[in-house]
Design a binder for this molecule. Sequence first.
Ligand code: FMN
Ligand code: SF4
Ligand code: SF4
Length: 435
Amino acid sequence: MADLTSTFVGITSPNPFWLASAPPTDKEYNVRRAFEAGWGGVVWKTLGEAGPPVVNVNGPRYGAVYGADRRLLGLNNIELITDRDLYTNLEEIKRVKADYPDRAMIVSIMVPCEEEAWKAILPLVEDTGADGIELNFGCPHGMSERGMGAAVGQVPEYIEMVTRWCKQYYSKPVIVKLTPNITDIRKPAAAAKAGGADAVSLINTINSITSVNLDSMSPEPSIDGMGSHGGYCGPAVKPIAMSMVSEIARDPETSGIAISGIGGITTWRDAAEFITLGCGNVQVCTAAMTYGFKVVQEMISGLSEWMDEKGHTSIDDFRGAAVPNVTDWQYLNLNYVAKALINQDLCISCGRCYAACEDTSHQAISMSDDRVFEVIDDECVACNLCVNVCPVEDCITMEAMTPGTIDPRTEKVVEPDYANWTTHPNNPAATTAAE
Ligand SMILES: Cc1cc2nc3c(=O)[nH]c(=O)nc-3n(C[C@H](O)[C@H](O)[C@H](O)COP(=O)(O)O)c2cc1C
Ligand code: SF4
Ligand code: SF4
């Protein structure tokens, strides 16, 4: 059976599934139950400095985006870091770590961007026996207005500076959690690396307003008639997170730094995808908040079965396996030609593919009087839209054309050789270079 043991920046956990810093990891009661349910590790809910804790709103702090079946696709929150006393948290962390030595215990921290503030909290965290720290440079609301969270994560120089302080005043691994509210994620990742970070984790939540109440005219969640942007997470953010992870994994300046993948991970398959893009482990928040702690059991059994099926004996066997296949658009093979194919045995004649292709794509699907839908190869550009709108899984597939055959749309031979935009005759840059 596949070994799910994960060793991330030297921290070993029985599986690669950690709970991300958020309400599920807010207190001893939760974390003990999470460990009993099987989570390999946790990143404790972000701690702030000693003194009066922050204060959360006393009204709704979540907003949601649903699919047609009311399944939660995206979650928005306006919660702050922990609103519990620092020393209470530290005592709980120490107790739980002592009772679960085989699980990863990471402490998330966010204090003002001043050396003294970090110097003060780091020895206290070290004393808990936790395995490492995660620097919360990502929280997009509330804390950022106070010069913390995303306000630091958006300035690479600050990231590098604070990371250096942490490496100086703390002896164990330092993970830098990145905000996605930035144009080029490679810049903060490079800054973390330059500051000596052992790893980066991403993504934290994305600036968002999920809805506006059209009676009160208030963004939701609404607090006494007013709303504020919050942080978006859940399945909807997974594509954004995976793109950012892959950018870090393949950029020469940042490649090699350990990555903890976060963002919309709900199933074992999501986790496996993040790992193929270079992540050493993954963190989960919304899935646990939606389905409870036991959701990890499906993740563990699913990943283990898939690894057995593929012959992978460890996480490292497939970590980063997809990274070499992530490229820039200009290097995609323009000689690759495919066509859509409708499986008539599966088709329920709903007509969605026809509407999509006829109205917004390439008029490449015909509809007969008795509602038989067929692809017109002479028109099909293989855009895949029909596949994406068809309600029946695998009813429409994309079939690659055999090299040497004629594409009826272009009436050209499908060339066997790889050729991309950099040398294409229509590319002015390629023409200029050739002259
Ligand atoms: C209610 C809530 C509170 C959160 N609080 C924190 C926090 O204190 N520190 C932190 O680093 N991230 C916090 N996060 C962000 C999560 O750790 C995680 O990065 C984000 O939710 C994306 O993962 P997901 O899609 O699995 O939820 C919070 C998320 C939610 C939903
Ligand atoms: S792949 Fe695109 S062009 Fe071809 S049939 Fe489907 S929607 Fe139309
Ligand atoms: S969308 Fe799918 S099921 Fe509906 S008509 Fe097209 S092929 Fe058939």
